[in-house]
Design a protein around this ligand. Structure first.
Ligand code: SAH
Length: 282
């Protein structure tokens, strides 16, 4: 249903006795079609939408009903965001906080939920397609493979946000599993250093996906521990990119997928040699 621009907002219009619900909706990684059916349904009946940056604005404007209040949170403080959502929840039954990817990863979910809880405003969360998953899809990669790795770590390298003890990239990379490294495209020197420190060989594959799923803008750079920083510099990729380091990368082209020996020969074996050499010299 579409309302005229000056029509009252959808659903409950004014001065409700009970506040509406604030929904935290994952809008997906960029392609507006990658929002969930549930998320889109909420946009279609939203009285107000606060979206996070240009990434998700298109989904909001494409499906929001006429008369829906739509605002960008990019220049708002946390307090202003909470005030905006609280005020709209007093007037609309359905208020959305639209976030990139999934709301559980590197967003401000808890910081915003806590004051809404304190104000007695009901909330709900709708998951979204994380950029980590969209990056795997773009490059036709699997984060897990039998006898290679059965574990994926979502992490970042230290920037302004400090990493808690035990979570340096070198410590996490010691697991030899898949690493999806967010928020780190400008810190590739730290990515390379962390992988090296953990004993990953220079030719271990590293993948960067820029603007995964964005129609016409997605770019994929395949390199190694030794080359990825330089390749990204040459490609001019400095933002909105996922860095993936994994012993599974490139498996699409492997001749002997089911043989764990392949993994031993190309990755673990070299690592074992490297760690033995380290022990001998230390
Ligand atoms: N909640 C989001 C992550 C937000 S943090 C999610 O689940 O995807 C922002 C970081 O996500 C960026 O620095 C980048 O590493 C990654 N990112 C977001 N959108 C991306 C995209 N379309 N392609 C590649 N990486 C993306």
């Amino acid at each position: 249903m579409h309302l005229a621009p000056d029509a009252p907002a959808p659903e409950r219009p004014v001065a409700a006795a009970r506040p509406g619900t604030v929904w935290f909706v994952g809008a997906g990684p960029g392609d507006p079609d990658l929002i969930t059916v549930k998320g889109r349904g909420l946009i279609e009946r939203a009285g107000a939408i606060l979206f996070a940056g240009s990434l998700v604005s298109e989904a909001a404007t494409r499906w929001a009903p006429a008369g829906c209040e739509i605002a960008d949170s990019k220049d708002m403080t946390l307090g202003e965001m909470v005030a905006w959502l609280t005020e709209r929840a007093s007037r609309h039954a359905t208020v959305l906080r639209l976030q990139t990817g999934d709301p559980a990863l590197y967003g401000t979910l808890i910081e915003v939920v806590q004051p809404l809880d304190a104000a007695g405003i009901p909330i709900g969360v709708v998951p979204g397609v994380s950029s980590a998953m969209a990056s795997a899809a773009a490059a036709v990669e699997s984060f897990t493979l039998p006898e290679v790795t059965q574990t994926t770590i979502f992490t970042r390298v230290e920037g302004r946000t400090p990493m808690p003890a035990g979570e340096s990239l070198a410590e996490l990379a010691a697991h030899r599993c898949t690493l999806c490294i967010f928020l780190s495209i400008t810190l590739l020197h730290k990515v390379e250093a962390g992988l090296r420190e953990a004993g990953w060989p220079e030719d271990a594959p590293v993948l960067v996906v820029h603007k995964a799923s964005w129609p016409g803008e997605e770019r994929i750079v395949r390199g190694t521990v030794a080359t990825i920083k330089q390749l990204c510099r040459e490609a001019g990729i400095v933002s909105q990119a996922m860095v993936i380091a994994s012993p599974t990368l490139g498996a699409r082209g492997w001749a002997e997928l089911t043989k764990s020996k392949l993994y031993d020969a190309t990755f673990t074996h070299r690592f074992r040699r490297a760690s033995e050499a380290t022990k001998e010299t230390s």
